[in-house]
Design a protein around this ligand. Structure first.
Ligand code: DGL
Length: 272
């Protein structure tokens, strides 16, 4: 029996909600348990060993809540821990893909930008994907230090955010990029600001919709899809810190998708 079981999602904080917002569009009848490790945020500068330890604890928590699959909605945790998680836990894991491939395919200027955390750039996935798909194009990458912290404070549009983003975008624009890959799930919340700051010819690439599609595929392949007649879906948001920003973002997601997400609840200060 796998019906009525939730999908687990986790991130170092609120960033994974950019993936949740796509998942809830694709899989409206499913239930979700989201864990935001706000107390340990940011992950970007932590060692792979520490991230494996934190990701394993969260995975065990999500499995204890009967999750049937887990979306690692964090590029940094995917880079450091997904191989370990897949080797040590038997449920399916869906990770974040650095979207270098579509950027490399679409670039006309032969120059792309990638904005991510230090941990993501060090990961095997990013190194291999870049080598494989972008060997003949210029990749201008920047570590978005300080951006995650702004999102965690619910700041997506202040002058401080604008100044910090420009610091990372300017070297990319100097490289004549026409694609920018958002390689951290926190960054899509800056999208309105990015539209304002970037020239019109620069496409913003967010892997979240592709990750949501991949999640559907994995659920189908593993025979884990919820019955579409299920009317009792729920979404529970746990935070190891405060859930106030999660709440604000979820309310925005509801506005964007023009419907209420069913049976939403928030649990604060949940230490594993
Ligand atoms: N959302 C995480 C990511 O995609 C944030 C990293 C962090 O906590 O530094 O990489």
């Amino acid at each position: 029996m796998t019906d009525m079981l939730p999908i687990g999602i986790f991130d170092s904080g609120a960033g994974g909600l950019s993936v949740f917002s796509e998942l809830v569009k694709e899989l409206s009848h499913e239930s979700f348990i989201y864990f935001a490790d706000s107390a340990n945020c940011p992950y970007g500068s932590k060692s792979p060993e520490k991230i494996i330890e934190l990701s394993s604890k969260i995975t065990e928590f999500l499995i204890s809540k009967q999750c049937k699959a887990i979306v690692v909605a964090c590029n940094t945790a995917t880079a450091a821990a997904i191989d370990f998680l897949r080797a040590n836990y038997s449920i399916p894991f869906i990770g974040m893909e650095p979207a270098v491939k579509p950027a490399a395919i679409n670039t006309k200027t032969k120059s792309i930008g990638v904005l991510a955390t230090a941990g993501t750039f060090k990961g095997r996935l990013y190194i291999e994907t870049t080598r494989r798909y972008a060997s003949d194009i210029k990749v201008c990458y920047q570590v978005g230090e300080g951006l995650v912290e702004l999102v965690e404070q619910g700041d997506f549009s202040s002058t401080e955010a604008e100044t910090l983003l420009m610091k990372y975008l300017n070297p990319m624009l100097d490289c004549n990029i026409d694609q920018i890959v958002l390689g951290c799930t926190h960054y899509p919340f800056f999208r309105p600001l990015l539209y304002k700051l970037l020239p019109l010819n620069v496409d913003i690439i967010d892997p979240a919709p592709a990750v949501a599609k991949q999640t559907c595929k994995v659920l189908i392949e593993n025979n884990l899809v919820e019955d579409i007649r299920n009317k009792n879906s729920y979404s529970t948001f746990y935070s190891s810190g405060s859930s106030s920003v999660l709440k604000k973002i979820v309310e925005n997601i509801e506005k964007n998708i023009e419907r209420k997400i069913q049976n939403v609840s928030y649990i604060d200060n949940y230490i594993l």
